[in-house]
Design a binder for this molecule. Structure first.
Ligand SMILES: [Zn+2]
Length: 338
């Protein structure tokens, strides 16, 4: 089963080995102030789904995508938008209530990367980077067939690469100039407000309340031929293309896969993106890395991605041990740098 814990809804579904979401349902994430009550409702909902689909005894593992989820510890750590405390022992609690079923957690962008690798556009690829363009910009990095988790479980925050060193926009993370502040849906809306203020150009966007403009409004205007709206996409595509080129220098991926609402803007975004991507690449990488769109259906993607982690919990790795301490990592000896 795959579970996707979002700020509003928790969606869960039963997925078969071929990547078909057989059934899914959801509960409200924020209904319970107490985490144990939430887990009980989630468990009851999942059990209902299992019963209704004759899947009793057939569930092999559970994967969960959640904000600030740490793959190593199975916890959600310091989530900004969940009320259950700083450390939430998600995998441990759910595994226990399901009688010891393997449970693994990671953040939603990593889950999306696993979903793409197991069921989508990255099937057969060993090196790729998944970029999710939603309210924020998330990423999952796969190197040599494995997701990169880093030493603390939180690797792959490429949305917070700084793309503007001077006078950059304030980002939700508290720093300035992050990619996310420009190339997310909210970033595009911010660009629209900026452009409308500094330019005199006529635009249908001027008919809207400036504070209420969304990336969808900008998209609709651009599709209708609005020049300023197209310039907003050119600006967004350029920044994203340049940033993706820098990411290639890190892991030389076969492909960068784009997912999320903004990725569906088609050539409005992709043309300026690809142009600036190719010319910003370190020469040795030019012409080698494809920019492609996710092949996962948006409504299924979160549950599919999380379920792929469930398979991983069962087959590829040991079930993460929940008393894992970061200090357990063996540090490389000083010799290894020579
Ligand atoms: Zn940031």
């Amino acid at each position: 089963m795959g579970v996707d814990i979002g700020g509003t809804n928790t969606v869960f579904g039963i997925v078969d080995a071929r990547g078909q979401v057989l059934a899914s349902d959801s509960i409200k994430t924020l209904k319970h102030a107490n985490f144990d009550d939430y887990i009980e409702e989630l468990h009851a909902g999942m059990q209902r789904l299992i019963k209704a689909n004759d899947a009793e005894g057939k569930i092999q593992g559970i994967g969960i995508g959640a904000p600030n989820a740490n793959y190593y510890t199975g916890e959600i750590q310091n989530p900004p938008n969940l009320p259950w405390g700083p450390i939430i022992p998600l995998a441990e609690k759910l595994s226990k209530i399901f009688g010891g079923l393997p449970v693994a957690v990671t953040n939603d962008a990593n889950a999306a990367a696993l979903g793409e690798m197991t069921y989508g556009a990255a099937r057969g690829m060993k090196d790729f980077i998944m970029i999710t363009l939603g309210t924020g910009v998330g990423s999952g990095i796969v190197v040599n067939g494995q997701l990169v988790y880093g030493h603390d479980g939180f690797a792959g925050e490429l949305g917070h690469l700084v793309v503007k060193r001077n006078n950059g926009r304030v980002c939700g993370c508290g720093r300035t100039g992050c990619l996310e502040a420009y190339c997310s849906a909210t970033g595009v809306a911010r660009t629209a407000r900026e452009f409308l203020e500094i330019s005199q150009e006529p635009s249908s966007l001027r008919n809207l309340q400036i504070e209420d403009i969304t990336s969808k409004d900008v998209y609709d205007a651009a599709v209708a031929g609005d020049k300023l709206a197209k310039e907003i996409f050119d600006y967004t595509g350029k920044i994203l293309g340049e940033a993706l080129a820098d990411m290639v220098a890190f892991s030389s991926p076969q492909a960068i896969i784009l997912f999320g609402g903004l990725a569906k803007s088609g050539d409005l975004l992709l043309r300026p993106l690809k142009e600036n991507f190719e010319k910003s690449l370190f020469p040795i990488f030019r012409g080698k890395t494809k920019i492609i769109l996710s092949e996962l259906k948006e409504s299924d993607a979160a549950v599919l991605g999380a379920s792929a982690l469930g398979w991983e919990a069962k087959y590829r790795y040991e079930v993460p041990s929940f008393d894992h301490q970061l200090t357990d990592h063996t540090l490389p000896s000083a010799d290894s740098n020579k």
